[in-house]
Design a protein around this ligand. Structure first.
Ligand code: NAI
Length: 331
């Protein structure tokens, strides 16, 4: 079975090729992002392998179907970029990698928290410049602080366990209570109560119509003054304009982002010599208390190995008509 891999970076090629040594599928690697303009490149392939910022709306799915594609293999966990209902109507099978390393993302969330709190980015530059002054670098003890975790699934649970080690008080928001989180003292509360009580809020729920702009003006209004917000989930969970206002007023004291609502076509690319066209993103980069990483939370060796192995297992199972344990269905 032939598969075309979109949005290929050198590390994707390396890890997928290595995992494929024992599987033997026919893989073609393309650097292009899947979008209406590139859908024709899938002609002659039964499967397409895609990542978080490939575009799989109804028009692209129709295009894929027309050129003979039968299977969309996501090499990521989130599937908010795929119109699953349309895929089902068209008879296209969609698979994903539901879990590869929840530790990678949870650890990156902790990295953002500590970096922001202790101003490591400023401290590093200062020492390199020969400035050893501590003014402006004052942090706080994480121990004893209240952390609100929205979404206590695989990643939220890893973060809960890590922060338990720091001695944080843990508040969870999720329709399903996670016993492992409760075991380390997590208390489940309403979203509003979590907003009102948390010193740090970390987002770990999926992006869906119900969670789009979960953090909006109203949510910011309910937060403690000086709150830290961490988002390693999906950019659309945060209304960027609302948090810019919150940062300007001082209501939000710190913000760490690994994802951004308009990140397609921006993240994963070198845009050094391009004029910044997104004014909201440009504004975010001007705040001294905001740090942004370009969707790298998943980017560990262990995660890339698991992603490659599971993606190839999904492709292989589809090719041989086996049961698809990682299929994404509209229901
Ligand atoms: P999961 O499915 O194990 O957990 C998600 C949890 O969110 C579930 O317990 C679910 O009940 C809960 N949830 C759903 N709607 C909610 C709502 N309205 N309020 C509160 N909780 C809600 O997923 P996992 O593996 O923990 O991943 C979470 C998200 O992290 C993914 O959807 C993905 O968007 C993001 N992610 C980001 C990565 C990165 O590199 N930055 C890498 C991998 C995942």
């Amino acid at each position: 079975m032939k598969t075309v891999v979109f949005s290929t970076k050198p590390y994707d090629r390396e890890f997928l090729s290595r995992a494929n040594e024992s599987v033997g599928l026919e893989l073609a690697f393309l650097e292009s992002r899947l979008a209406p303009q590139t859908v024709k490149l899938a002609e002659g392939f039964e499967s397409v392998c895609v990542f978080v910022n490939d575009q799989l709306d109804a028009s692209v799915l129709i295009g894929l179907k027309k050129v003979g594609v039968k299977h969309v293999a996501l090499r990521c966990a989130g599937f908010n970029n795929v119109d699953i209902a349309s895929a089902e109507e068209l008879g296209l099978t969609v698979t994903r990698v539901p879990a590869y390393s929840p530790y990678a993302i949870a650890e990156h969330a902790v990295a953002l928290m500590l970096t922001l709190n202790r101003r490591i980015y400023w401290a590093h530059s200062r020492v390199r410049d020969g400035n050893y002054s501590l003014d402006g670098l004052l942090g706080f003890d994480l121990h004893g602080k209240t952390v609100g975790i929205v979404g206590t699934g695989k990643i939220g649970q890893c973060l809960t366990e890590a922060l338990h080690g720091f001695g944080c008080k843990l508040l969870g928001v999720d329709q399903y209570e996670n016993e492992r989180c409760k075991k380390v003292g997590m208390q489940y509360v309403s979203f509003e109560e979590m907003l009102a009580q948390s010193d740090i809020i970390s987002l770990h729920c999926p992006l869906m119509p119900e969670t789009y702009h979960l953090i909006d003006n109203e949510a910011v209004a309910h937060m403690k003054r000086g709150v830290m917000i961490i988002n390693t989930s999906r950019g659309g969970l945060i209304d960027t304009k609302a948090v810019i206002e919150g940062l300007k007023s001082g209501k939000i004291g710190y913000m760490g982002l690994d994802v951004y609502e308009e990140e397609e076509g921006l993240f994963f690319e070198d845009k050094t010599f391009e004029v910044r066209k997104d004014d909201d993103f440009a504004r975010l980069t001007t705040f001294p208390n905001v740090i942004i990483t370009g969707h790298q939370a998943y980017f560990t060796r262990e995660a890339l190995i698991r992603i490659a192995e599971t993606t190839l297992a999904n492709l292989s199972a589809f090719a041989s008509g086996e049961e698809l344990i990682n299929q994404v269905k509209a229901s």
